[in-house]
Design a protein around this ligand. Sequence first.
Ligand SMILES: Cc1cc2nc3c(=O)[nH]c(=O)nc-3n(C[C@H](O)[C@H](O)[C@H](O)COP(=O)(O)O)c2cc1C
Length: 104
Amino acid sequence: MAIVAIVYHSGFGHTKLQAEAVHRGARSVAGVEARLYTSEEGISKLDELDQADAIIFGCPTYMGNISAEMKKFIEVAAKKWFTQSGKTRWPARSPIHPRFPAIN
Ligand SMILES: Cc1cc2nc3c(=O)[nH]c(=O)nc-3n(C[C@H](O)[C@H](O)[C@H](O)COP(=O)(O)O)c2cc1C
């Protein structure tokens, strides 16, 4: 069973709808267990996220950049994931987020 986690931040609900659609799509695939987290939930469940085979990130663009809440998640997660070996985490790059940084 492959685990796919979706971590999102949504200020006004649009990204939430998209994340829920991605969650529905992922869980419709045979052999996939899909888990949906807000970025806030993700911060408190980093050990659970470690179990994921893939993590899909979603957030709005605010003032030309990723939302502050998603940046907070990345910075908290980076402290943990930078120290791990054997796993590479690359946030997916959305066309409207050309500067979405890599966690590694
Ligand atoms: C304060 C603020 C700043 C925004 N800045 C941008 C921006 O720089 N570029 C862009 O394409 N959209 C921008 N938007 C639009 C949002 O990214 C867009 O409405 C998004 O779908 C909101 O997602 P959400 O409902 O999940 O918060 C901005 C919206 C707000 C409220």
